[in-house]
Ligand binder design. Structure first.
Ligand SMILES: [Zn+2]
Length: 102
């Protein structure tokens, strides 16, 4: 749920309400606040993809025959963690943007 600020009295209004409960003024949806969320969603998508790529990069850069079993396990865990986090951030960003389309 997005909170918008009433232009008239500054009261915070739910985007769904559409009307300020304080002064009755119509609060238009899709203002700069909503735009900011779409922007954050896009940044999260790019950032998530970047984190996932770093995770794969860590795996390829650090893994190899010179590692002991314990070191290899640590490298794989760090890499998998990065890929997982990146994917999650990317998905959240995508969901945020999709929600904004309504
Ligand atoms: Zn108001």
């Amino acid at each position: 749920m997005t909170l918008l600020r009433c232009e008239n009295c500054g009261h915070e209004v739910s985007e769904q309400a559409g009307v300020c409960p304080q002064c009755g003024r119509t609060v238009p949806a899709g203002d700069t606040n909503a735009l900011g969320i779409a922007e954050v969603g896009r940044v999260m998508q790019v950032l998530g993809g970047l984190i996932a790529v770093i995770g794969v990069g860590v795996l390829f850069a650090l893994s190899g025959p010179h590692l002991s079993a314990v070191q290899a396990a640590i490298v794989w865990r760090i890499g998998a963690l990065f890929v997982f986090l990146g994917a999650m951030v990317c998905v959240l960003g995508t969901l945020g943007r999709r929600q904004q389309g309504h």
